[in-house]
Design a protein around this ligand. Structure first.
Ligand SMILES: C[S@@+](CC[C@H](N)C(=O)[O-])C[C@H]1O[C@@H](n2cnc3c(N)ncnc32)[C@H](O)[C@@H]1O
Length: 309
C-alpha cells in the first residue's frame, strides 16, 4: 500500500465485545455469500474495499450480505425508500439487552425461544428480531403502525424458514399506542425493545437527513445513506413524547414484561424520562451508553418488578 494512503484501525472497539462487526469486513467473503454485492464494491481512499454509502442500493446490498453472512439468512430485501439500518448499531442494542437479561440470570445470557421480546416499531427491515433470534434464539413479536413495513417484515420471514415460528408480527392500529393493543391478556414478555421515531415533524426529518449527508460528504468520511420513509423517522412530539407515552403505557402493563427498554438518541431526553419513571415508581432504571461511530446513543431500561433502583 502506498505510504501516503490513510489507514483505518483494524478493530472497532466502540462496538459491543460480542459484536461480530468489530473487525473490518472481508468483502471477498461477503460477496461469496451474496453475489449481488459485487457491483457495489470498490477501493476507497484508504486503499480498502468498501461500498459507496451515498448509494442506497449499495447500502441495501451490503446489509443483505451482512445478514446472510453473519446471521445465516437466505435472503433479505426491503421496499424502496424504507429505513436500511446500519446493522452494527442495531446488533449492539440486542447484545446490551442480552446483558440486562443475564444480570437477572446469575450472569448467564438466557437463550432459546422461551425468551420473549416485543419490538415496538419492527420496521420494514425486521432487523432486531432477525439478530435477536439468530444470536440468542429468542422469540419475537414485532409491532408497527405501517402496513407496508409489516408486509415487508412478513415477506422477510417467508423468505427465511429459519425465522418462521419464532417471529410474529402485529399491526398497531393507533399511532398513539405502543403497548396497548399489542400485549394481549395474560401475555408475558421478558423484555421490550424500541428504536423510536426521532424527529418531531416530517420537515425536521428531511432537513436532518440533508444536513447529515452534506456534513459527511464534506468530511469525505465513510458516509451514511440509510434511507427511511419520513414516517419511520418522525412522530408528533419526537423521541421524548414517544418514549414518555411508552413509559406511561408500560405502567399499565407493569407485569407484562420484566424489562422495558428504548433507544434514546438525544442525550437531553434522558433526564425528563427518568423523572417520569421515578414519578411512576419504576423499581429499576438503567441507562446504558452505546458508541456507534461518530454517533453515541444509549439504552434506557426500566422495570416495575421487584428490583432495586
Ligand atoms: C426508527 S424506525 C425503527 C425501525 C427498525 N426497528 C430499525 O431499528 O431500523 C421506527 C419505527 O417505529 C414505527 N412506529 C411509529 N409509531 C409506532 C407505534 N405507535 N407503534 C409501533 N410502531 C410505531 C415506525 O413505523 C417505524 O417502523
Amino acid at each position: 500500500m502506498p505510504e501516503n494512503k490513510k489507514k483505518h484501525s483494524e478493530e472497532k472497539s466502540i462496538l459491543h465485545p460480542r459484536s461480530k462487526h468489530r473487525n473490518r469486513y472481508d468483502f471477498k467473503e461477503l460477496i461469496k455469500s451474496s453475489p449481488t454485492l459485487k457491483p457495489f464494491v470498490s477501493m476507497n481512499t484508504y486503499n480498502e474495499y468498501s461500498v459507496d454509502f451515498f448509494n442506497p442500493n449499495a447500502v441495501k446490498a451490503l446489509n443483505k450480505a451482512l445478514l446472510i453472512y453473519f446471521y445465516k439468512l437466505t435472503n433479505w430485501r426491503i421496499p424502496k425508500g424504507f429505513l436500511c439500518s446500519p446493522i452494527p448499531g442495531r446488533v449492539d442494542y440486542i447484545h446490551y439487552v442480552a446483558d440486562i437479561l443475564a444480570e437477572d440470570n446469575a450472569g448467564k445470557i438466557p437463550r432459546g425461544e422461551n425468551i420473549r421480546c416485543l419490538d415496538i416499531g419492527v420496521g420494514a427491515n425486521c432487523v432486531y428480531p432477525i439478530v435477536g433470534h439468530q444470536e440468542y434464539g429468542w422469540s419475537f413479536v414485532g409491532a408497527d403502525i405501517e402496513p407496508v413495513s409489516i408486509a415487508s417484515a412478513e415477506q422477510i420471514i417467508k423468505m427465511n424458514p429459519i425465522l418462521q415460528g419464532p417471529i410474529e408480527l402485529r399491526l398497531q392500529a393507533n399511532p398513539k399506542d405502543t403497548f396497548r393493543g399489542m400485549i394481549q391478556e395474560n401475555e408475558v414478555f421478558d423484555v421490550t425493545i424500541c428504536n423510536p421515531p426521532f424527529h418531531n415533524s416530517a420537515a425536521a426529518a428531511a432537513s436532518a437527513t440533508k444536513r447529515k449527508l452534506k456534513n459527511l460528504k464534506s468530511k469525505g468520511a465513510e458516509n451514511l445513506n440509510f434511507g427511511g420513509q419520513h414516517n419511520e423517522l418522525w412522530c408528533e412530539g419526537g423521541e421524548e413524547l414517544f418514549v414518555k407515552n411508552m413509559i406511561r403505557q408500560s405502567k399499565h402493563h407493569a407485569n407484562s414484561s420484566t424489562w422495558f427498554t428504548s433507544l434514546i438518541s438525544k442525550k437531553e431526553n434522558v433526564r425528563p424520562l427518568k423523572v417520569l419513571l421515578k414519578k411512576l415508581e419504576a423499581t429499576a432504571i438503567k441507562v446504558i451508553p452505546m458508541g456507534q461511530g461518530t454517533k453515541t446513543s444509549r439504552i434506557l431500561a426500566w422495570s416495575f418488578q421487584n428490583k432495586t433502583v
